[in-house]
Each structure stands twice: as C-alpha cells, then as structure tokens.
Ligand binder design. Structure first.
Ligand code: CTP
Ligand code: CA
Length: 229
C-alpha cells in the first residue's frame, strides 16, 4: 500500500517549516508587510505530518487555518529577527528546514516608539529601511552534513538563473523556484521548478499547492534517505 509507505517515510524525522510573511514594524500600530497567505507552508506542514514527521511550524502572518496534530508544534513570530531566533533555536536537532516563509527583506532603520502623528513629519513621511538578516543563508552556512535545507525563490523574471544563484549563495540543498509574475499569492494552484545541487532541474507543472507540497516533501525524504549511512 503506497499510502502506508508514504506515511512511514519521515517517521522519526523532525522538520522545521516556516510559513507566511514576516512584518517590519514602523510604530506600535503600523507595519510593512507582504501578500503571503502562508498556503504553501501550511500545505508542506500537512504533507510532512502525513509522511510521519514531527513538525515545528514557525509562522509569521498567515491567512489560512493551522492544522492540528499531536506531532505539530506551532511558534508564532512577527519580525524577521524573531523568525531567525526561532529557527536557530529549533535547528540543532532538526533533519530538514524548509523556508517557505515570505521573509521581509527590509525593516525601518528607526522604530518609532509612539504612534506617528499625521503631520509630525510634514506632508511627506520618509522612512529609511535597512536589510534584515537572511535566515536561509545563515542556516545554510551552519548546517551539518546530514541536515537538509530547502528554500524558495520567488521571481518575476529570469526565474532559473536567479534561483540557481540562490541555491549557490545560500548554500541550500534545494530551491523551489516560483514564478510570481502572475497572481500566485493566495491562490490554490501553482507551478514550480525544483533545483538541486548536481541534479537536473525538476519541474512540477501547474497543479494544486497541496500536490506540489507532497512532491517537495517526497524530494526532501529522498534526500534524507540518500544520506543514511
Ligand atoms: N529568505 C530568508 N531570509 C531573508 C529573505 C529570504 O530566509 N531575509 C528566504 C526565503 O524564505 C526563501 C529564500 O530565502 O526561502 C529566497 O527568498 P527570496 O525573497 O526569493 O530571495 P531573497 O534572497 O530575499 O532575494 P530577492 O528578494 O532580492 O529576490
Ligand atoms: Ca526577498
């Protein structure tokens, strides 16, 4: 029975999956955010649970319900720094990390500690932004031989070229390349190309995010099995 076999593939394995968008607070009531729904991260979480894994889901802002399972631990975060801290803490005894979150690339240089008043700054409000830490790159650089690190690449142009660059620069084992030039945010369907070091690109044609998630989890299981000694 293939469903039974699929169930066993990740039993005893721990996965950390990030989902949704991180946000960059401007003042106590406002933030800069992005359009991530968290659907892909949640679909990956469900697929990993179905394959028998213990999952720690680290989620930013998401607009879909969280799955419930005794094998699921959920950690909520707001900012990119909070997500980095949570991922770092969990990573030590983790078999695979999947960074499906839409991580905010920038945050205000200065957080204003009170609600910004409309005309406090004149009729143009200037906000200076600085880069946030790159979580995937940080983890890619500290991963052990037996740990698998997976990232996504959201691109509107030069999809494969940019994704291959991310695979290399972030020292990931796998990058799921995602063309976001058409409305994929909040959508239930998607199409992706999976890049792995030393392997042919594998394209997963237009299908549901649930099916894509299943296939990605299977590729992660393949990778973990290929490392068994
Ligand atoms: N990522 C991350 N930390 C960041 C930014 C991105 O861990 N500060 C992760 C994302 O979760 C994703 C991968 O890196 O798995 C690629 O994210 P993407 O936004 O496509 O790439 P960036 O490296 O941020 O570059 P750019 O946005 O300029 O394309
Ligand atoms: Ca980015």
């Amino acid at each position: 029975d293939s469903s039974l076999k699929a169930k066993e593939r990740l039993s005893g394995k721990k996965l950390v999956i990030t989902a949704g968008g991180t946000v960059s607070p401007l003042d106590p009531v406002r933030y800069l955010g992005n359009r991530s729904s968290g659907k892909m991260g949640i679909a990956l979480t469900k697929a990993a649970l179905n394959a028998g894994a213990d999952v720690t889901l680290i989620s930013g802002h998401i607009s879909v319900p969280l799955p419930k399972s005794p094998n699921l631990t959920n950690i909520r975060v707001e900012t990119t720094e909070e997500m980095l801290e949570a991922v770092k803490k969990e990573f030590l005894n983790t078999d695979a990390l999947i960074m499906a979150a839409a991580v905010a690339d920038y945050e205000p240089v200065n957080y204003i500690d009170h609600k910004i008043k409309k005309r406090e700054q004149g009729n143009e409000l200037k906000i200076f932004l600085k880069e946030t830490p790159d979580i995937l790159k940080t983890m890619g650089n500290i991963k052990q031989e037996n740990q698998v690190v997976v990232g996504f690449a959201a691109e509107t142009n030069d999809l494969l070229k940019n994704a291959a660059k991310k695979l290399e620069e972030k020292n990931a084992d796998m990058i799921v390349a995602n063309d976001v030039s058409h409305g994929v945010f909040g959508s239930n369907e998607d199409q992706v190309t999976v890049l792995r070091k030393g392997k042919e690109a594998k394209s997963i044609k237009e299908t549901t995010k649930v099916e894509i998630a299943k296939q990605i989890i299977n590729l992660v299981a393949d990778k973990l099995e290929s490392r068994k000694v």
